[in-house]
Write a protein that binds this ligand. Structure first.
Ligand code: FDA
Length: 393
């Protein structure tokens, strides 16, 4: 039977990082994945340019039952530590917006960096290798794999979440955690487009393809970023962000012109261009197609500006600045960037990622109940948590 010190399950961002760090300590490491290539999500991330971290990493950018859990790992292996690795590998990058760092070239450079580092440290990579049960033995664990059983002193579970099953996401890590009696926080798709009921969709359909720089809120939480109308509902960064906070039965509010005094602008237009149609004036504030839909929705297609009362202008302003919408669901794991929930952090040691009560068993990356905002935070969590486990496993 093959024997290793550390079996890392999953060759994504977190697993590769854990494997590199453990191998650098001289541990005999194998990183196992059922996919044909390592780091597939890294390859497709950030539109192929991998938004590998964010300059603004802070605990409030992460969702978890215990938001402070992530702090230790994030502080010990920071965004600057990962940037230093990118620089050492001469991978050029740039800040796009809101502290988000992207590669200048293809995201595969990041995968190469990680697989090169793993190989240099002496770690092995078993690809196209299915995983089975993991059992605790007298000294360590027995891991069933397509290459036969493997004995490992320590097991690092880095099999990610449920998002994008087409790319190999399985929920394997959650089942493994349960088999060891570890609690789970309910999972749900996050960073995902929101969908609407047929009636609302019919109203939104003509807007498919329209994008605005808006603000989307749900309760007290709001995000100022692009909003994109699609044939299924709403997408774009602001919507993906709010999807992590939205729950069934809640409404969202879309501000299509943040910071603008729309009513004052309409009143000024009424005085200066009384004969103009509302849509003509509105089209200076929002994209033309949106202007038409708002005009139609409010039944104001025939009256010129001069005939609109102050109350009507206020109604238009309300519609532009606080459009109340009721999503009925999301596009689900098929398109979700991440999975909210996962292995309950109360069952893990925040410094090492080791399961309390199961010495030698670690959980890192997305499988843990730590989910970042859009913008590089999820990879930083994968790097930091993988690094933390790699120091001790
Ligand atoms: P990840 O999912 O990366 O790796 C898990 C690995 O385990 C996979 O290789 C999988 O094949 C393997 N595995 C799963 N089940 C298995 C089983 N049963 N047997 C064997 N192997 C198994 N984040 C960010 O910060 N910046 C960004 O730009 C993006 N962009 C982005 C785009 C898209 C389209 C998606 C879907 C996601 C992102 N993300 C992102 C999120 C980011 O990809 C995600 O948070 C990390 O990949 C999580 O890293 P992990 O290593 O935890 O899991």
């Amino acid at each position: 039977m093959d024997r290793v010190d550390v079996a890392v399950l999953g060759a994504g961002a977190a697993g590769l990082m854990a494997g590199i760090e453990a191998a650098r300590r001289g541990r005999r490491v194998v990183v196992i994945d059922h996919a044909r290539t390592a780091g597939e999500k890294i390859r497709i991330s950030g539109g192929g340019r991998c938004n590998f971290t964010n300059l603004g990493v802070a605990p409030d950018r992460f969702l978890s039952q215990n938001p402070r859990f992530a702090l230790s790992a994030l502080k010990r292996f920071t965004q600057w530590d990962f940037i230093a690795r990118m620089d050492a590998a001469r991978i050029a990058w740039h800040e796009k917006t809101l502290g988000q760092l992207f590669c200048n070239g293809p995201a595969t450079q990041v995968v190469q960096l990680l697989t090169d580092d793993l190989a240099r440290a002496g770690g092995e990579l078993w690809l196209s290798c299915a995983l089975g049960e993991v059992r605790q033995m007298a000294q360590g664990f027995q891991v069933e794999t397509a290459r036969g059983p493997l004995l490992a002193e320590a097991v690092v579970v880095a099999t990610g979440g449920k998002s994008i099953p087409k790319m190999g996401a399985t929920g394997y890590g959650y089942k493994l955690a349960e088999s060891f009696g570890l609690p789970l926080v309910e999972t749900r798709p996050a960073l995902v487009p929101l969908t609407f009921a047929e009636q609302e969709l019919t109203r939104l359909a003509p807007l498919s393809g329209v994008a605005v720089q808006g603000r989307v809120s749900c309760g007290k939480r709001g995000f100022d970023e692009a909003v994109l109308f699609t044939h299924r509902g709403l997408s774009g960064p602001a919507v993906l962000q709010i999807s992590s906070y939205w729950r069934e039965g809640q409404g969202i509010v879309v501000d299509l012109a943040p910071g603008r005094d729309v009513v004052a602008e309409l009143a000024a237009a009424k005085r200066a261009q009384g004969k103009s149609a509302l849509r003509t004036v509105l089209a200076r504030i929002v994209p033309e197609r949106l202007a038409r839909v708002i005009e139609e929705d409010l039944g104001l297609t025939t009256a010129p500006m001069a005939e609109l009362s102050q109350a009507t202008l206020a109604r238009v302003g309300e519609r532009v600045r606080a459009w109340a919408l009721m999503p009925v669901g999301s596009e689900g794991y098929r398109t979700a960037e991440v999975t909210l929930g996962g292995v309950d952090t109360t069952a893990l040691d925040g410094r090492t990622m080791q399961a309390r009560g199961v010495p030698g068993l670690y959980f890192v990356g997305e499988v843990v109940d730590v989910t970042g905002w859009l913008g590089g935070y999820n990879f930083q969590w994968a790097w930091s948590s993988g690094w933390a486990a790699g120091q001790v496993a």
